[in-house]
Design a protein around this ligand. Structure first.
Ligand code: CA
Length: 258
């Protein structure tokens, strides 16, 4: 077993990357595996390239999101290591566009120290896992292994209620041919409704499903967001898809509203 440790001071945030290289237990023939690293910081990118190459992986590096999209479109990667802070479009947007372009390689997002919002936004954008800087290289390898073992992400099916459509993969919503721009929370709420179209959902059920990470102890938060949602998916189209069921909760009509 090839095992060593390095400690380096990197860029302005001075995070340290402990390079510990266990050279075993990759799930498939690693000489065939290709990893795309998206990182603009030269030192960090070089370290990742060297560390992963020493594991026997084929590594390509892109310094910005647009370049990563072009590279991922041109060849198949087994996984993408994607930094959030990039020049031009950031890591979240890069991830969203990868999925929109039909690239379903697992994505491991690298986020800033302790940024919980980053984490949620990263996973919302279609990332499969995240790692907070600074991290130990061994941890990166472990996460990457787990993602590669899981394989290409299963593309979730587009959900429909009448002419209201929601794509959980690309996080897009349409009424007919018109794309609707929803906030992260509005999207999650609508996704919850669409998964249970035709059924009455209580406020508590909606809170549990859609406010998993940052439960807000405001009794009217569901009402407020249902109102936002109606203003975007119903009102402009003259529809009433989200019905209030007195004393019980809300229901999304299966036909998408009339
Ligand atoms: Ca960066």
């Amino acid at each position: 077993m090839n095992r060593r440790e390095r400690s380096l001071s990197l860029d302005e945030s001075e995070y340290q990357l402990a390079l510990i290289l266990p050279s075993y237990s990759w799930p498939i023939l690693i000489s065939h595996m290709r990893i795309l690293v998206v990182e603009d910081e030269v030192k960090m990118a070089a370290l990742l390239r060297r560390g992963l190459s020493e594991e026997g992986l084929n590594v390509d590096v892109a310094g910005e999101g647009e370049r990563a999209l072009a590279m991922a479109g041109a060849s198949d990667y087994d996984a993408v290591v994607l930094d959030v802070m990039l020049p031009g479009i950031d890591g979240f947007e890069t991830c969203r566009r990868l999925r929109r372009d039909g690239v379903w390689a697992p994505v491991l997002m690298l986020t800033a120290r302790g940024a919980l919002d980053d984490r949620v936004a990263g996973l919302d954008g279609g990332a499969d896992d995240y790692l907070v800087k600074p991290f130990a290289f061994a941890e990166l390898l472990a996460r990457l292994r787990a993602l590669v073992r899981r394989g290409t992400v299963e593309r979730p099916p587009v959900m429909e209620a009448g002419d209201l459509k929601l794509d959980p993969g690309t996080r897009q919503v349409w009424r007919g041919d018109t794309e609707i721009d929803l906030s992260s929370k509005e999207f999650t709420l609508l996704e919850t409704f669409m998964r249970h179209a035709g059924y009455v959902l209580s406020r508590t059920q909606l809170l549990e499903q859609a406010w998993e990470y940052d439960f807000e102890h405001r009794s009217n938060v569901v009402e407020v967001y249902v109102r936002y949602l109606r203003r975007k998916v119903d009102v402009p189209f003259g529809r009433k898809s989200i019905e209030t069921v007195r004393g019980a909760g809300y229901r999304l009509r299966k036909d998408g509203g009339r």
